[in-house]
Design a binder for this molecule. Structure first.
Ligand SMILES: C[S@@+](CC[C@H](N)C(=O)[O-])C[C@H]1O[C@@H](n2cnc3c(N)ncnc32)[C@H](O)[C@@H]1O
Length: 287
């Protein structure tokens, strides 16, 4: 029996099969007039993750990268393709779920070192203190509870070199007030899946507050409004195997949300939809 991070992950489609054929495909989003899948689109990964790294790394000096909560390793695979052989980069992909990590262990990709560990209990080896020049956390922080998230940011901080940078992307709105409503909405959704997860979507504001308390310098912190992404009962159905009853329950929750008019809901292509906000932050450990 495979172990999943929470029950809603059962029946999950691997990222490589996620498409952006239509608005109801999980992860689809409109970016620069094209429909993309925000998980798998390499141009987007390069724009958000690779470019900021290339702006500051050098070909002469070796450096270390780590993806915290890497899943199937899509982010570092894409970054590594862009770095090619021109850079002396050592890459670590860390996740507590063995599935992606075991695939990486079998692969012939010698630049990427898979690390099967729980981020909250990250051992001091192989990611030693002040070792990582660039860390990434894509769609990973919300997998931790509100109470755990400051500790998680602390662990990243411990791993970073002075001047080291974390690049973060996940679902979350700009402000705390809206964040509270979003979390309440996703709690209702989780209840449909009878999921015991205590996932928490931090707003940009909360992430910045937590990061500043630890000592991070904030370079970029914003809701990524240039990507328009939406969630609907059908998009949930495209990713998880919904029963008829779950689908009906989701439709009711979406309709209730729409009627309350507190969050950015809409009706499009015959379905209630909620705007999926994306938080993008680049924070660094001072030199
Ligand atoms: C939505 S996936 C994102 C995967 C990857 N970052 C990406 O964007 O493709 C969230 C990942 O966080 C990982 N995760 C959740 N809790 C974790 C923990 N305590 N320690 C390590 N990884 C964790 C999950 O196993 C999962 O692979």
């Amino acid at each position: 029996m495979r172990e999943y991070i929470n029950e809603t992950e059962y029946g999950i489609k691997p990222y490589k099969t996620l498409t952006s054929k239509d608005i109801d495909s999980w992860g689809s989003g409109l970016w620069e007039d094209s429909w993309i899948n925000i998980y798998t689109d390499k141009r987007l990964i390069n724009k958000l993750f690779t470019e900021p790294i290339l702006e500051t790394c050098s070909k002469e000096n070796p450096f270390a990268l780590a993806d915290f909560g890497c899943g199937d390793g899509m982010v570092m695979k894409t970054i590594n393709e862009s770095l090619k052989k021109d850079y002396q980069a050592k890459i670590y992909n860390i996740d507590k779920n063995p599935e992606g990590i075991e695939q990486m262990q079998k692969s012939q990709d010698f630049e990427i070192h898979p690390v099967l560990e729980d981020l909250l209990n990250l051992p001091k080896e192989p990611i030693t203190e002040s070792y990582i020049n660039y860390g990434t956390a894509r769609f990973a922080i919300p997998y931790f509870s509100q109470e755990e998230q400051p500790e998680l940011l602390n662990i990243f901080y411990r791993c970073l070199t002075p001047g080291g940078t974390m690049i973060i992307l996940h679902d979350g709105p700009q402000h705390k007030g809206e964040g509270k409503l979003y979390n309440h909405f996703f709690e209702e959704i989780n209840n449909v899946f009878r999921s015991k997860s205590n996932n928490y979507y931090p707003s940009v504001e909360e992430l910045v507050d937590n990061s500043k308390k630890i000592g991070y310098k904030i370079n970029i912190a914003k809701e990524l409004t240039e990507i328009q992404a939406w969630l609907s009962p059908r998009s949930y159905d495209s990713r998880f195997k919904l029963t008829k009853q779950q689908f009906t329950e989701l439709k009711k929750i979406f309709k209730r949300g729409f009627d309350k008019k507190q969050l950015p809901f809409t009706i499009d292509c015959g379905a209630y939809r909620i705007k999926r906000p994306l938080t993008y932050c680049i924070i660094s450990k001072p030199k």
